[in-house]
Design a protein around this ligand. Structure first.
Ligand SMILES: *Cc1c(COP(=O)(O)O)cnc(C)c1O
Length: 402
C-alpha cells in the first residue's frame, strides 16, 4: 500500500462512518481499466456495481457532462428543464408507450417512489399491501428495506415498516396463496442481483402477470441492477417478454452520474398529481445530459449487441473451466450479468482475482458476480477467462481441493 492510501485510510477511519471497509483505492479509470494509487492497472469486471456500463469515463458521456456543466448544472423542478422531458420521452418510447417517467437520484429512491405510487393506486380501492420476493434487494431506505427479502439488512432497524411481506421467488403457488384482498402490488427483480444472480423463470413471470391482471394488482419491476442494457436488451423485462406496470432503474442509467428513474405504464402514469411526490435534484440537467448520452450509445455504438455477444462467450467459456472443479456448481445469468456459483463462500475467489489485478464482485455469499462494461472487448473477455482460470486453480489449492 502506498503513502497516499495510508493517509486516506487514516482519515477514513477517523471521519467516515464505517458502513464500508475499502481495502484498495482507485484514482483513475478508462473503459474496462482502473488504476490504483501506485499506478497498478486492473481489469474491471465490476463496473462500480453494474454502474459504469459503458466503461469508465466513456467519451460520449464525458463530453455531454462537460458541455452541460458549462451551460446549466441545476435548475429547480419548479421551472421547465429542456433535457428532462426529452429523456422521459426516450425512455418511455423504448419501454412502456403511453407511460410517464419520474426522475430521482438513486435506486432506493426510485423504488421508494414506485412503492408510494403503488400505494396511492391501491388505496383508491382500499388496498395497500405489497408482496415482494425472498432473497431480493430493493435498497436501504426504510420502505425499500421492508420490501427487501433478506432479514439481515433489516436487523437493528426495527420496527419494520408495515405493508410488506415476502414469498419464495419463482414459486407461483406461494404467491397465489399470499395474495389477500389487501394486496395492491407484486414487486420483483426479474434477475435478482445481490441475491446471487438468480433469473426468474419466464413461465413464472407469465403466470405472475396473468394473476396480477386478474386481480388488478400492479406488477412492479426493480430494474436498478438488471436493467439499462445489462441483460442485452435496453430494459430487463424485454428479455423475458412480460411487461411490468412500473419499472425502476438507476445504477447504469447515466454511467456513474447519480440518477434514478421510475417509468409507470399507461394504467398508472397519472396516479401522481401535482404536489404528490418530489425531488430537489431529480432530473437535474447535468444528470439528464449524461443519461441521454447513454441512450445515444445504445442507439449508435452497438452496445446491446456487444453485450449479447460477449455475454455468450464469457458464459460458455466459464462453464467449460467450471467443469474442471467440483466446487463450481454452475454458471448462470444473462447478457453481461453473470454468476459463477460455488458450493462455498466466493469471497476468497474474488480476493485472489484482486491480487491478480482483476476486480470482481460476489453476490449472495457463494456467487462470484461478473458485471463488466457492456462495451467489453473480446481481448478483455479472454484476459478475464485466463485470470479466472488461474484464480480457480489457486482457490482449489487454498481450499485443499482438486
Ligand atoms: C443497487 C440496487 C438498489 C439500490 O440502489 P441505490 O442506488 O444503492 O439506492 C435497489 N435495487 C436493486 C436491484 C439494486 O441492485
Amino acid at each position: 500500500m502506498g503513502k497516499l492510501f495510508e493517509e486516506t485510510a487514516d482519515k477514513f477511519k477517523s471521519y467516515v462512518m464505517p458502513t464500508y471497509a475499502p481495502s484498495i483505492m482507485f484514482v483513475r479509470g478508462k473503459d474496462a481499466r482502473l488504476w490504483d494509487d501506485e499506478g497498478n492497472e486492473y481489469l474491471d469486471f465490476a463496473s462500480g456495481i453494474a454502474v459504469c456500463s459503458l466503461g469508465h469515463c466513456n467519451d460520449r458521456v464525458t463530453r455531454a457532462i462537460q458541455e452541460q456543466c458549462s451551460k446549466l448544472v441545476h435548475i429547480s423542478n419548479l421551472y421547465m428543464n429542456e433535457l428532462m422531458p426529452r429523456l422521459a420521452e426516450k425512455l418511455v418510447k423504448e419501454s412502456l408507450p403511453g407511460g410517464k417517467a419520474f426522475f430521482c437520484n438513486s435506486g432506493a429512491e426510485a423504488n421508494e417512489g414506485m412503492i408510494k405510487l403503488a400505494r396511492k393506486y391501491g388505496n383508491k380501492t382500499g388496498r395497500n399491501h405489497i408482496i415482494s420476493m425472498e432473497n431480493s434487494f430493493h435498497g436501504r431506505t426504510l420502505a425499500t428495506l421492508a420490501a427487501t427479502g433478506r432479514a439481515k439488512y433489516r436487523k437493528g432497524f426495527e420496527p419494520d415498516m408495515p405493508g410488506f411481506s415476502q414469498v419464495p421467488f419463482n414459486d407461483i403457488e406461494a404467491l397465489k396463496a399470499a395474495i389477500t384482498p389487501d394486496t395492491c402490488a407484486v414487486m420483483l427483480e426479474m434477475l435478482q442481483g445481490e441475491g446471487g444472480v438468480f433469473p426468474a423463470d419466464k413461465d413464472y413471470l407469465k403466470a405472475v402477470r396473468a394473476l396480477c391482471d386478474e386481480k388488478d394488482i400492479l406488477l412492479l419491476c426493480d430494474e436498478v441492477q438488471c436493467g439499462m442494457g445489462r441483460l442485452g436488451t435496453r430494459f430487463a423485462y424485454q428479455k423475458f417478454g412480460v411487461e411490468p406496470d412500473i419499472i425502476t432503474m438507476a445504477k447504469a442509467i447515466a454511467n456513474g452520474f447519480p440518477m434514478g428513474a421510475i417509468i409507470a405504464g399507461k394504467k398508472c402514469a397519472d396516479v401522481f398529481e401535482v404536489g404528490n411526490h418530489a425531488s430537489t435534484f431529480g432530473g437535474t440537467p447535468l444528470a439528464c445530459a449524461a443519461a441521454l448520452a447513454v441512450q445515444d450509445a445504445f442507439d449508435q455504438d452497438g452496445v446491446l449487441e456487444n453485450c449479447e455477444k460477449e455475454g455468450e462467450f464469457l458464459r460458455s467459456e466459464l462453464a467449460k473451466i467450471g467443469e474442471k472443479y467440483s466446487f463450481v456448481k454452475t454458471v448462470r445469468g444473462m447478457g453481461l450479468m453473470i454468476g459463477v456459483v460455488l458450493d462455498r463462500p466466493a469471497g476468497g475467489l474474488a480476493s485472489i482475482l484482486l491480487k491478480d489485478k482483476m476486480v470482481a464482485l460476489t453476490a449472495g455469499e457463494t456467487v462470484l458476480r461478473l458485471v463488466p462494461p457492456l462495451t467489453i472487448t473480446r481481448n478483455d473477455s479472454k484476459l478475464a477467462i485466463e485470470k479466472i482460470g488461474k484464480a480457480l486453480a489457486e482457490f482449489a489449492k487454498q481450499e485443499g481441493l482438486q
